[in-house]
Design a protein around this ligand. Structure first.
Ligand code: PHE
Length: 452
């Protein structure tokens, strides 16, 4: 077994974890899910879900990782015995599942950076999207994106992930702030912000049932939970770091960047007269592209916007790849680069259906939608549920002891955390899972059977 690396600095860990959290989930899914769920009301549920459910669950993953310093499967085995390996196994599986199609979208984003620079989509954004979204070009772009992630992970924790994210994350923040400042000067700014940020209480109440599962799923996805990522990243953290403080910094930064994404996207859509409610997953690409095509300095703005999205997607993809590589390095003698390439090959093959399926003409790949629905509605909540049951009810007081390590004076808070995990988080996930399974398997047009 190769010796285990650690983060060189605490900031290194924080930045890498923020890099993992900030990704397509914030910059692409959050705006379009907000739009699909009626605007600001969704934002309210999302913020509640992040604070009450996501944050405590994040700390649960940290506790498991730091206590054991092992990969995600080994960590649960160390703490709970061989039977609990299954929790790590589900997380590993969920991560691979998600990364398989995440890479495909990562590939699209790279194409849009290029397309902005050359102006390739300026004449016909719709046609460009259909050419890029699926088929051989999508496969090639997916491969390029994956190769970049594999390259960084192959270089290791300190020299690869830590160094890369230290450049990427600050760039994301600066460029997003610049884009937001510019978006606020557009004619659509006031309407866009109102749509995004002033919730209508009536629609909050009416839609609670359908919005809750999406909001909770989004909270897990955006905080990189349920995929073993935060367990793995915390396994390289020292005993004198305060997990609640680090977790708080990560949650707040991630949320602010998500909100910033809305502040960029909605004014642009409103300025261009594009109805956000019609901008589904691909439509958001198309709408943003259409906006850049008609704006002065559109090429530059397009390169910056899609460039930020590409950086964010890449710093997330490497965190997921690291979960698999860390598992393999703990269990074999093969070198890190070999293992990174091996994981990349598996992911490439898994992503092929999403990259190849053309779906409806000009529409969204059917396989892609299927992969995404299973991830959101079933795998993520199930995986987080297992972690929460384990940490809350099996580890219990040991988990509290680990959380307090490195944060003196947090005794009372740690106990509040445990009970939040045991009751609120658990209850919230069970409701989410029940609703998700309903729409996957039991509803008319059940999503699970859709692509067959
Ligand atoms: N938190 C990431 C995001 O918001 C989710 C993610 C992480 C997805 C790693 C894939 C890989 O995009």
């Amino acid at each position: 077994m190769v010796e285990r690396e650690t983060w060189a600095t605490r900031v290194g860990f924080l930045v890498a974890a923020i890099g993992s959290a900030v990704g397509l989930g914030n910059l692409w899914q959050f705006p379009f899910k907000t739009a699909a769920n009626g605007g600001a009301a969704f934002v309210v549920f999302y913020l509640i879900a992040v604070t009450l459910i996501g944050f405590p669950a994040l700390l649960a993953e940290f506790v498991v990782g730091r206590r054991t310093r092992r990969n995600v499967v080994g960590a649960f085995e160390d703490l709970g015995g061989p039977g609990w390996r299954v929790v790590g196994g589900v997380a590993l599986f969920t991560g691979f599942w998600i990364l398989s199609y995440y890479n495909v979208v990562g590939g699209w984003v790279l194409r849009y950076v290029l397309g902005s620079a050359t102006g390739a989509y300026f004449d016909d954004p719709g046609a460009y999207l259909s050419a890029v979204a699926s088929g051989p070009e999508a496969v090639a772009a997916q491969l390029l994106f994956l190769a970049m992630a594999v390259g960084i992970v192959a270089m290791g924790i300190e020299n690869g992930i830590e160094k890369a994210t230290k450049v990427m994350v600050p760039s994301i923040v600066v460029l997003m702030l610049a884009l937001a400042a510019w978006a606020l000067t557009l004619g659509g700014a006031a309407d866009g912000l109102a749509y995004f940020l002033s919730p209508d209480v009536g629609s909050l109440v009416d839609n609670a049932w359908t919005v809750v599962p999406d909001a909770v799923g989004q909270a897990f996805f955006t905080l990189s939970l349920g995929m073993g990522i935060m367990v793995t990243y915390a396994s390289y953290v020292g005993e004198d770091d305060s997990l609640p403080v680090d977790g708080g910094v990560i949650v707040v930064s991630n949320t602010l960047i998500g909100v910033l994404a809305g502040v960029v996207v909605f004014p642009i859509l409103f300025a261009e007269g594009i109805d956000p409610a019609t901008s589904g997953p691909t439509a958001l690409f198309e709408a943003m592209a259409a906006a850049f095509a008609s704006l002065p300095a559109g090429r530059l703005l397009g390169v910056v916007f899609f460039g930020v999205v590409a950086l964010a997607a890449l710093s997330s993809a490497i965190s997921l790849l690291e979960v698999a590589v860390s598992y393999a390095t703990d269990n074999t003698d093969a070198s890190r680069p070999t293992l990174a390439v091996g994981a990349g090959v598996v992911l490439f093959l898994l992503g092929l259906p999403s990259a190849l399926d053309t779906g409806e003409p000009g529409g969204f790949s059917a396989w892609f939608v299927w992969f995404d629905a299973i991830a959101y509605k079933l795998l993520l909540p199930l995986s987080v549920l297992l972690v929460v049951v384990f940490v809350g009810w099996v580890l219990g007081r040991d988990a509290v002891a680990e959380l307090r390590e490195g944060s003196p004076g947090s005794d009372g808070l740690a106990t509040v955390w445990l009970w939040t995990l045991r009751l609120i988080v658990l209850g919230g996930i069970i409701v989410t899972l029940r609703l998700g399974i309903g729409s996957l398997f039991l509803a008319e047009d059940a999503a699970f059977f859709a692509p067959f």
